[in-house]
Design a protein around this ligand. Structure first.
Ligand SMILES: [Zn+2]
Length: 288
């Protein structure tokens, strides 16, 4: 087993028991609520056969496998948390959602996990307020709140790119391949069908105050610092962080936000994970 995989396995094994039990209960309940017939058999078969990473998690955690195979429910099941008397907040499910059933917000797309189908497009797109940048409606509403609060905090930002279709990504990748060559294009842009932007859950931003008008200078702006601290409050994570190139396959992109929902974003931040791969216990995806 590669060192990284052992490390991730250790992280999983080291989960505090009460938390793990709570998740298991939630996932068992969730699995029980979703009948196997709710999904076409092909979807289940494809999930298991095409995603060895998830299949590995199965042996370590049976309930998580069931949730993956049957589809994660749209709404977390609320059950009482014995450690917080009176609370009805359940922890978010920690299993990625297959793109083919991506009704939720937990799909993980990287160089080893293409969208299924490759030309997948989300339903229910909406524009970020005052722009023609589109995201899935839930992500667009969250982006509106984030951008309004960032402006109030003195770090105004504008969305630059949101949902990009398969066809758009064909053109985007071809452009960078022309400019940079294939090897460099692969660490700065995704091949069509492998872009998080195609999920409608990813948003690129730049400062709106003229201090930095290109992604190259974004990391040094107050906007980047504000996002690193506050993006989880709005359900976003900074998806490609510094020092994670060997895991995510991309150089740091402090401007690229990925919507995962408020509960999961808070849980990612609390876990200390620096990538969705690490958070979900998925293998590193440095290359195609
Ligand atoms: Zn991006």
């Amino acid at each position: 087993m590669p060192t990284r995989a052992r490390h991730l396995a250790r992280r999983g094994a080291a989960l505090p028991q009460p938390r793990a039990r709570r998740r298991a209960v939630v996932l068992l309940l969730a699995a029980a609520l979703v009948p196997a017939t709710a999904l076409p058999a092909t979807a289940v078969a494809r999930t298991v056969s095409a995603e060895p990473a998830v299949a590995q998690t199965v042996t370590a955690a049976g309930p998580e496998h069931r949730a993956v195979a049957l589809g994660t429910p749209r709404r977390p099941v609320a059950i009482p948390d014995p450690s917080r008397a009176g609370s009805l907040v359940a922890p978010p499910p920690r299993a990625p959602e297959p793109a083919v059933t991506a009704a939720g917000t937990l799909v993980v797309v990287n160089k080893q996990r293409p969208l299924e189908p490759l030309d997948y497009a989300p339903h229910h797109l909406g524009a970020v307020a005052g722009t023609d940048v589109e995201l899935r409606e839930d992500a667009a509403a969250a982006a509106d709140r984030l951008l309004a609060d960032a402006e109030r905090a003195g770090v105004p930002m504008l969305p630059r790119s949101g949902f990009r279709s398969y066809e758009t990504q064909v053109a985007t990748y071809a452009h960078w391949e022309d400019v940079l060559g294939s090897a460099e294009a692969d660490v700065q842009s995704a091949r069509p069908g492998y872009s998080e932007h195609q999920t409608g859950l990813a948003l690129d931003v730049l400062p709106a105050d003229g201090t930095c008008q290109a992604f190259g200078c974004f990391g040094d702006t107050p906007q980047a610092a504000w996002l690193a601290e506050h993006a989880p409050d709005y359900g976003f994570v900074v998806r490609y962080q510094d020092g994670q190139e060997d895991v995510t396959g991309y150089t740091a992109e402090p401007w690229h936000l990925r919507y995962v929902g408020a509960a999961t974003a808070a849980d990612v931040a609390a876990s200390g994970a620096r990538s969705l791969e690490e958070y979900f216990g998925l293998p590193a995806a440095p290359t195609y």
